[in-house]
Design a protein around this ligand. Structure first.
Ligand code: MEV
Length: 432
């Protein structure tokens, strides 16, 4: 495994924009073209080739999550997101996780599911047998459609038959075609396979094929991440680490028991995952759909993470967290290739496979969740937002870097975070 500098970039947020670009260029070996892509990204001309009826561009801030240690390797995380606090929060959680050697992450094979819906099947059980027996024929039909996938070691991996006996449109037989998509997200390959297989499936079942499309509940393409953080890492002047960790466990139990809370809990997880998906040119709507469907897999919508206290019988007491979710992402094809910023983002990440990207994403989701639960269980979420807001207001009022923190602290202490007040504070300091 290659050795990279530590991603623990203390005080990165205090650097100027130019300094930050220089730091990351140095860290990740970026060239001028990469830096230009980070600054400006897609051109209108490129956008015009990507979508129909193009008018222009819609920009999002691109920032950097720092401090990540995943499977013993340092990562910087490019994140495209407009919501303040997300990047600061995830970086904070990643710093906390370093107290327990960071994150462990893993993933399954990149198996995508293509669905073929068969209607008016005269004998669903016989159809199932005939379809399952035709697996070699389906492989022979599907694999030649995807030579590059085959060259990369992927391709058709098998099939499943499911029965929906009671729907308003009558009984249905649903065939799942499984394709290993390797480093591609795979939507095109899967949809092509489903369409190509449909006539043979009609002949085998005696039914009529209707939909032929991938499933976004890609539960054969999972990624997971975990961490174990010693309780002392959560301690502050105001509160003991054990108390914060107990609050996180209580928050977790709430999200497992109540879908209203679980939706917000999982939204917080996607606060980390979506910005990384966007920055790398991946389809974040697909990830959202997969994550939420997976969260409801046992019939009740639940949290995608789990947090437990480890009592410390085998060492220091710790908080253990785990996430598992479908993450159908690619590092080749689609916007990943077409978007210059996505290319630069992948270079910063330094991932060499889609599975590795999914593993990093799972760790980022777990860290984002940790940061939200930690804040919610301790001081509440607004304190952090206010601190950041106050810093922004101080900066906007012209505070020099060495005064930003002091001015922000005074704005918070006075309970009025306004540009006019920040300017007054700065003026009095200039008079001093
Ligand atoms: C806000 O964008 C996300 C949170 O609401 C997540 C959560 O409540 O766990 C803070």
């Amino acid at each position: 495994m290659d050795q990279r500098p530590s991603s623990r970039l203390s005080g990165f947020y205090r650097q100027s924009l130019e300094q930050r670009l220089a730091t990351v260029a140095d860290w990740a070996g970026l060239d001028d073209a990469d830096l230009a892509a980070l600054r400006a990204g897609l051109s209108v001309e490129q956008a015009n080739h990507l979508v129909e009826n193009a008018l222009g561009l819609f920009a999002l801030p691109l920032g950097l999550g720092v401090n990540f240690l995943i499977n013993g390797r340092d990562y910087l995380i490019p994140m495209a997101v407009e919501e303040p606090s997300v990047i600061a929060a995830v970086s904070n959680a990643a710093r906390l996780a370093r107290a327990g050697d960071g994150f462990r992450a893993g993933s399954s094979e990149a198996l995508m599911i293509g669905q073929v819906q068969l209607l008016q099947v005269p004998d669903p059980q016989r159809a199932e047998q005939a379809i399952l027996a035709a697996e070699p024929r389906l492989a022979a039909l599907i694999d030649p459609l995807h030579p590059s996938l085959r060259r990369a070691g992927g391709g058709f991996r098998g099939l499943e038959v499911r029965h929906l006996p009671d729907t308003p449109a009558g009984p249905m037989v649903i065939v799942h075609l499984l394709l290993d998509c390797r480093d591609a997200m795979g939507a095109n390959a899967v949809n092509t396979a489903a369409e190509a297989a449909a006539p043979l499936l009609e002949a085998l079942s005696g039914g009529r094929a209707r939909l032929r499309i991938l499933s976004n509940l890609s539960d054969r393409r999972l990624a997971w991440a975990s961490c174990q953080i010693p309780l002392h890492a959560f301690a502050s002047d105001a509160v003991e680490g054990a108390q914060v960790a107990a609050g996180i466990v209580e928050a977790n139990a709430f999200a497992w028991a109540d879908p209203y809370r679980a939706a917000t809990h999982n939204k917080g997880i996607m606060n980390g995952i979506d910005p990384l998906a966007i920055a790398t040119g991946n389809d974040w709507r697909a990830l959202e759909a997969g994550a939420h469907a997976y969260a409801a897999r046992d019939g009740q919508y639940r949290a995608l993470t789990d947090w437990r206290l480890l009592t410390g019988e085998e060492g220091e007491p710790a908080l253990a967290g785990r996430i598992e979710l479908p993450l159908a992402v690619g590092i080749v094809g689609g916007a990943t290739k077409a978007h210059p910023t996505a290319q630069a983002a992948l270079k910063i990440l330094g991932v060499t496979s889609a599975r590795q990207l999914a593993e990093v994403m799972a760790a980022v989701g777990l860290a984002q969740n940790l940061s939200a639960l930690r804040a919610l269980a301790a001081e509440g979420i607004q304190a952090g937002h206010m601190a950041l807001h106050a810093r922004h207001v101080a900066l906007a009022a012209g505070a020099p870097p060495d005064l930003v923190e002091q001015v922000a602290a005074q704005l918070i202490a006075e309970g009025q975070i306004r540009a006019a007040r920040a300017a007054e504070i700065l003026a009095t300091r200039a008079d001093d």
